[in-house]
Design a protein around this ligand. Structure first.
Ligand code: ISE
Length: 361
């Protein structure tokens, strides 16, 4: 039997995939057992149905061993052997950003579905090679971990816009704050590592491309230790919507993501950062998450469940918000334009190449 491929096309490569999905769960090979890899492994084994972690590897063997032990998975030392292992049906890449490309390409070459943490690759050329490989394979295998697309709040924002409840969009206001970040982080990484989520959200929510990007920087926060932080990104879309993104990765007080969409007939914004309100010490307070994992816990769970369901069906679920390899390419392309704008202080034109047919809706 040959793998049907996620887009229902006939893949150019014949791959043997006799999978008794009804009798056993999808077996996932995890490449990278750091903060995100460990979290995905925990969700796959405890909160997602129809999947198990079958093998784990990491450059740091001790942490791979820990994740393997906690999930009952095998410990492997060679990531390429793990990807090629007959027992492994699908691959989850959560290793360091520069290593993503090689692992994703290895999975594509074997016709195995792969969920890759963002960014798909840190360079436009790397993303292009992945898009080319997938296009040559002839069917979609790659999903990129832009988990905000699965957040109930963001989904409700998109539904309100798509159903015409706030009229045509005019302005999208975004705020992305982390309590602290790696000391000495390059200024560009504030965009490529953090604001890249808003870049993806803008394209996904508005359903159109950004054509111009400008990046403004106020004086640097003392806590940022030399990094240009905060930054204010201003994006213009093809139809003329303006997006502003304040990204501040050394904000100190907690992890917070805000988003408000202004339309011609009303506005819609993300609500509560927490499910509870506290009253103590003379104040009414809503606790904030300390990082993105608790804030987007439900989004990560839904993202993984959707991915596993897609692997089981050998097709992405009909109404999946999942980011494709093309979305990963577009996000990195846009991020690089923003980095140019940051470095030059001038607006950068974003002339995204035409989307290959494979990625048409
Ligand atoms: C981190 O790498 C993430 O991906 C988080 O989602 C984001 O909010 C954070 O700013 C990044 O550093």
């Amino acid at each position: 039997m040959s793998r049907a491929g996620w887009a229902g096309h006939s893949p150019a490569v014949e791959v043997s995939t006799a999978r008794p999905w009804h009798t056993r769960p999808v077996t996932v090979g995890l490449v990278g057992a750091g903060v995100m890899g460990a979290d995905h492994a925990r969700l796959l084994s405890g909160s997602v149905s129809g999947a198990r972690v079958g093998g784990v590897c990491d450059v740091d063997e001790a942490r791979a061993r820990q994740v393997a032990g906690a999930t009952g998975a095998r410990l492997l030392s060679d990531p390429f052997a793990l990807i090629a292992d007959d027992d492994i049906d699908a691959v989850l890449v959560a290793s360091s950003d520069p290593t993503h490309e090689a692992y994703v390409l290895a999975a594509i070459a074997l016709g195995k579905p792969v969920l890759c943490e963002k960014p798909l690759a840190p360079t436009v050329d790397g993303c292009q090679r992945i898009v080319d490989a997938e296009t040559a394979f002839g069917s979609r295998l790659v999903t990129v971990g832009f988990m905000r697309r699965y957040d109930p709040g963001y989904l409700e924002l998109k539904r309100a816009l798509d159903d015409g409840e706030i009229g045509a969009p005019l302005v999208l206001h975004c705020v992305h704050r982390n309590p602290t970040n790696t000391p000495g982080q390059p200024s560009a990484a504030v965009i490529t590592n953090s604001a890249v989520h808003e870049l993806d959200v803008s394209r996904w929510l508005l359903g159109e491309e950004v054509v111009e990007a400008t990046v403004h920087t106020p004086r640097r926060a003392a806590a940022a230790g030399g990094t240009a932080d905060p930054q204010l990104l201003v994006l213009r879309t093809a139809s003329g919507v303006l997006v502003d993104v304040e990204v501040f990765v050394n904000a100190g007080y907690g992890y917070e993501v805000r988003c408000e969409l202004v339309g011609e007939a009303g506005t819609v914004e993300l609500d509560r950062p927490s499910a509870t309100v506290q009253r103590r010490g003379g104040v009414i307070a809503r606790p904030l998450a300390t990082d993105w994992r608790p804030r987007f816990a439900e989004a990560y769970r839904r993202e993984l469940q959707d991915w596993v369901d897609g692997v089981r069906l050998a097709a992405p679920p009909a109404v999946s918000p999942a980011a494709t390899a093309w979305d990963g390419f577009a996000a990195t392309y846009l991020a690089q334009a923003c980095v140019r704008a940051l470095e030059t202080g001038a607006p950068a034109t974003v002339d995204l190449p035409a989307r290959p047919k494979l990625y048409e809706p």
